[in-house]
Design a protein around this ligand. Structure first.
Ligand code: ZN
Length: 387
């Protein structure tokens, strides 16, 4: 049974919803996601919906709307974050970031691709189900989360409130170029702090040069992190030194140096192992040299996650693509999403499948193709109708 979804998903509906969402400034670090939550609730004001607003304080909130199914033992969850990254170069934007300007089939604005476009698809999916009085086979939970671009307070609160405990599969509506995202790289951020001993620049043998030991540390670390394995969708684990500080003057042996290492892992690469190794290297160097102190801090730790292609959930999604006569392809996602905060605990199949180009995320003059929102909405609705 397929009701005509194409007729329902009009461009004017997409524009209306996406403009309402993207004209609200929900940039980090303030977020102000409660304004977005209020707007979403207003979109559904004519319907009797079952919702839970999770208040995080300081005008920040997340929202979960639940649609009962025929079988309410399990749910399918959709995740979409409602915060965006900041606008740091406002004067350089050609299209004002909060106006929702439309040009040649695209809407421009901060957060249009990442990911108010995906949130629009979630809203339209629910509107379709409500308007047509459809009771899906399973309970469906639409989770609109705050703070994904920073600490994930929204998704963590969703988890704490046990909202995902009955979930059997998760859609992450992040931009995936309409491809089926099966895997996501992990992120492990380490800060290495080295303390040495000061001396005059003319007598380096009397000091312990923090910068030089930091170089040595990084060389050892890079050699020992294994990256010989390749993931079909994500390539290899990568290491990048993205911040480096130290020293006070050309003629002073530096006592302090600090580097921040960004490690992006592929599924199966244990973060605990990397952290243990990082600490062991530090300890070995300290054992060999007095007055040398190396401290390793973990700044961010999100494991890589992956869904197997042969899962029923993925097969059903493929079936939906085929039914709609859309080509499909698989994709690996290089950045982390809210999924990394929940999948390691609840261990259910997930997919990253949403409208827009992920390369547009966090860019100046961010934009999204309106037809992409339409296609993904069609896929969401028909998936739900098909299960
Ligand atoms: Zn995002």
């Amino acid at each position: 049974m397929i009701k005509d979804t194409k007729e329902f998903i009009t461009e004017s509906k997409i524009i209306n919803i996406l403009q309402r969402l993207s004209r609200i400034d929900s940039t980090q670090p303030e977020g102000n996601e409660k304004e977005v939550v209020k707007e979403i609730l207003d979109i559904f004001k004519d319907y009797d919906i079952d919702y839970k607003m999770i208040d995080h304080g300081k005008n920040r909130a997340s929202l979960v709307i639940t649609l009962e199914g025929k079988d309410n033992d399990n749910s399918i969850a959709f995740l979409g974050h409602i915060d965006t990254v900041p606008v740091e170069d406002y004067e350089k934007w050609i299209y004002p970031p909060f106006d929702g300007v439309i040009e040649q089939g695209y809407m421009y604005g901060r957060g249009t691709a990442d990911m108010k476009g995906g949130v629009t698809s979630m809203i339209l999916t629910l509107l379709y189900l409500l308007e047509n009085n459809i009771t899906p086979s399973n309970k469906i939970k639409f989770c609109f989360t705050a703070d994904e671009e920073a600490n994930g307070i929204g998704i963590l609160a969703v988890k704490e409130n046990k909202i995902l405990d009955d979930t059997k599969a998760i859609f992450v509506a992040e931009p995936s170029n309409e491809k089926i995202g099966l895997a996501e790289k992990g992120a492990l951020w380490l800060e290495v702090n080295v303390e040495g001993l000061s001396a005059h620049g003319s007598r380096p043998e009397l000091g312990v040069n923090a910068i030089e030991y930091l170089f040595e540390y990084i060389e050892k670390f890079k050699c020992r992190v294994k990256n010989d394995e390749t993931n079909e969708l994500l390539g290899k684990t990568t290491i990048s030194i993205n911040k480096f500080n130290g020293g006070i003057g050309t003629n002073v042996i530096p006592t302090e140096a600090k580097a921040n290492i960004d490690i992006r892992t592929i599924p199966g690469h244990s973060h605990d192992e990397i952290i243990d190794m990082a600490k062991t290297i530090a300890q070995d160097m300290m054992d060999d040299k007095s007055n040398l102190n190396i401290i390793i801090d973990v700044e961010n730790n999100r494991p890589a996650i992956e869904t197997k292609r042969n899962q029923r959930f993925i097969k059903d999604i493929e079936q939906t693509f085929k039914q709609l006569k859309y080509d499909f392809d698989y994709k690996g996602i290089y950045f982390y999403t809210d999924a990394s905060q929940v999948i390691p605990d609840i261990k259910v199949p997930f997919v990253i499948l949403g409208p827009g180009d992920d390369k547009m995320a966090h860019q100046r003059d961010e934009k999204i193709k309106l037809s992409s929102i339409s296609n993904i909405t069609e896929i969401y609705i028909n998936y739900i109708l098909g299960i």
